[in-house]
Ligand binder design. Structure first.
Ligand code: BES
Ligand code: MN
Length: 462
């Protein structure tokens, strides 16, 4: 395959330039959840549309009521058509003091073992990942004059904040976006040598709950003893969400949840997962989930309830003796196949309401809801991509699941009738959503080479 070989050689030759381009994108602080960064989100979208245009895509920044999308098209009509999806928005960077460097001043660092990594917010989630695809397309065009498939690119700017504009955008642009298969680059490898295709993702329901008590903050000596304390009320309710065996206590929570099919269990058992090493890598040792479940099951095929944030009262330096008027928590549920996001949200609200003592009220605001995803194991695209990945990496590609959520995958299926292939090059220690996020240079480089191979192979599928 002389043309593919020259594309791969081109990627090798231009790795420094591709790193420099990624760093430009990483310097734009496109935090989607904070309205103060809206201008930067727009700049990131513009940067990407410009880069895609420079490669020869017909690319545009497309407005939404929130942060814009980038949509681009290229490649021969009539060839197999892929929709590539990635997101250019990033998570917030607090707590800033835990970062070794400015999160938006990316660095290429050499480690003591000689490996190199890119550091900074968005390196792995998802700017570094999405640029692996764009670099592959760039090299393919440069070397062969065109793309092997019809390629539509869709880059979202609200993935990390619940994708409020996504569904209307998909509905309004169905004809333009529907392809034979969606390629999503926002997941992990199995390990640093073993590429992976993810066939399952958990769903997500987010809720912010506020408990209101007195109509003002109170002196905790003058009123203490007589006044309801909303933090105490909130803590008690949240503590009741799990029983002593780690099961979630919301009525109906496990309705519809299935046991793992035997064939999937076999695939997972074959992966050789090491729970002690997994927990050890983040300073933990004892699995804290449902007691009767293996760790991989806890992560990939069982639903959870988590408290992601809790605040209220005085949290600054020193001490203030106060009984606050309100207390807040951000709670989320990871869902598996069979669970309905709307029912889980309603069950949580009822659970809180039922436990409110006199003089306390609760208010809620929803933060996204998406069902779990199960992709087919018997797709020809899966076989093709698996073979292509296995040629590039040291070890053959494996099929895994991910405990995280990528709501767009479900929407592609339900709104556009399109399946997805989830191929990503992140690693478990990339610290996504945390301080000191990183992306291995190997992931970035071999990720580019992987996409060149996958595109080439899909192009031959007609
Ligand atoms: N890239 C992640 C999903 C992911 C997490 C893939 C871990 C592989 C391993 C994605 O950007 C993400 O974080 N999604 C959010 C979705 C939410 C904000 C709607 C998540 O899973 O929390
Ligand atoms: Mn992501």
């Amino acid at each position: 395959m002389p043309s593919l070989d020259s594309v791969l050689a081109c990627l090798d030759l231009n790795i420094d330039r591709s790193v420099a381009r990624l760093m430009e994108l990483l310097r734009i602080p496109s935090i989607s959840t904070d309205p103060a960064y809206a201008g930067h989100c727009r700049s990131a979208a513009e940067w990407l549309a410009k880069d895609l245009s420079a490669i020869g895509f017909e690319a545009a920044v497309r407005p939404t009521p929130g942060h814009p999308m980038v949509v681009a098209h290229d490649g021969p009509e009539g060839a197999p058509h892929v929709l590539f999806y990635g997101h250019y928005d990033v998570q917030p960077v607090v707590p800033l003091e835990l970062w070794e460097d400015d999160p938006f001043d990316p660095k290429l660092k050499e480690m003591p073992d000689g490996t190199k990594r890119l550091t900074g917010r968005g390196t792995a989630d998802d700017k570094g990942q999405l640029m692996t695809f764009i670099e592959a397309a760039r090299a393919y065009k440069a070397e062969t004059g065109g793309l092997p498939c019809r390629v539509t690119v869709l880059l979202e700017g609200e993935e990390e904040s619940g994708s409020p504009s996504l569904n209307p955008f998909l509905d309004a642009n169905k004809g333009e976006l529907k392809a034979d298969i969606a390629l999503v680059c926002d997941t992990n490898m199995w390990d640093g040598e073993t590429p992976a295709i993810s066939t399952g993702l958990r769903g997500l329901v987010g809720e912010e709950v506020t408990i209101h008590a007195a109509n003002q903050d109170l002196h905790s000596g003058y009123f203490g003893g007589a006044a309801a304390n909303p933090i105490r009320v909130l803590s008690k309710i949240l503590a009741a969400l799990h029983d002593d065996n780690g099961r979630v206590t919301l009525p109906g929570f496990y309705d519809g949840v299935q046991e793992l099919p035997e064939e999937v269990k076999k695939i997972w058992d074959g992966l050789g997962f090491d729970p002690a090493a997994f927990l050890g890598s983040v300073g933990l040792s004892v699995p804290a989930g449902e007691k009767d479940r293996a760790v991989l099951e806890q992560l990939w095929s069982r639903p959870t309830a988590e408290i992601n944030g809790i605040f209220g009262g005085y949290t600054g330096e020193g001490f203030k003796t106060v009984i606050p008027a309100e207390a807040f928590a951000k709670v989320s549920f990871r869902l598996v196949a069979g669970q309905d996001p709307d029912k889980i949200r309603a069950a949580f609200r009822a659970f809180v309401e039922e436990r409110l003592p006199a003089d306390c009220t609760a208010s809620f605001s929803p933060h996204g809801g998406s069902p779990a995803i199960q992709l087919p194991f018997d797709s020809p695209y899966l076989d093709t991509a698996r073979a292509a990945l296995s040629t590039e990496w040291e070890k053959p590609a494996v099929m895994i699941a991910m405990g995280g959520s990528i709501p767009v995958v479900g929407e592609f299926k339900s709104r556009l009738g399109m399946e997805s292939l989830l191929i990503g090059f992140g690693l478990g220690d990339d610290r996504i959503h945390s301080p000191n996020e990183k992306y291995e240079l190997k992931s970035f480089h071999k990720g580019q080479r992987s996409w060149a191979r996958v595109l080439d192979a899909i192009g031959r599928m007609r």
